[in-house]
Design a protein around this ligand. Structure first.
Ligand code: ZN
Length: 188
């Protein structure tokens, strides 16, 4: 009996120590990330599948700088991966001719010719402008597996891309209006 009790006691202590180590390590990890002040500038995939998941963005700004430059809504969407309410965005039913640039850094991403009415409540595009302007990565938030799209220059969150779009691409780039800035043709 006594031996059994001692074994149990040691087991409990071991479990306690392992838990404690885990908590301390997690805490350190979070503190380090904060201290470097870089979590917003790096996008790291948590999936081991995407090995190229770490990017260094051309446009690097601190959180404070972003807060100063962006509106509250833009900051929420671009920097905190928020989503504006459906059917409320400025560009949902926007039909003028021009280019849609990233509201964070001004990188041109889509043109009005690529825009179509998907009825989903957000601006939708069936393709993007040529070049490496947009980064895609797996988003596992809210119990779904989606493909998040980010501005390749500043890392700003744009929205998601789905494969239920019209031909010829079959893609639907579903983008928050808050992530975009419209430049009317001939306005540049
Ligand atoms: Zn950008």
């Amino acid at each position: 009996m006594r031996t059994e009790k001692t074994v149990m006691k040691h087991l409990l202590i071991a479990v306690f120590m392992i838990t404690l180590t885990g908590v301390v390590l997690t805490g350190c990890g979070l503190r380090n990330a904060d201290a470097e002040n870089k979590p917003e500038n790096f996008v790291t995939n948590d999936s081991t599948k995407e090995k190229s998941g770490e990017y260094m963005f051309k446009v690097q700004k601190t959180d404070e700088e972003w807060k100063k430059e962006l509106t509250e809504e833009q900051y929420y969407v671009l920097r905190q991966k928020g989503t504006e309410k459906a059917f409320t965005g400025e560009y949902d039913h926007h039909k003028e001719k021009g280019v849609f640039a990233c509201a964070g850094c001004g990188a041109e991403l889509f043109s009005s010719e690529m825009k179509y009415d998907s009825g989903c409540g957000w601006p939708a595009f069936f393709t993007k402008l040529a070049g490496d302007r947009i980064i895609e990565q797996v988003d596992r938030s809210f119990g779904m597996i989606r493909t998040e799209i980010l501005c390749a220059s500043c890392g700003g969150h744009l929205g998601h891309v789905f494969d239920d779009g019209p031909q010829p691409t079959g893609l639907r780039y579903c983008v928050n209006s808050a992530s975009l800035k419209f430049i009317r043709s001939g306005q540049k």
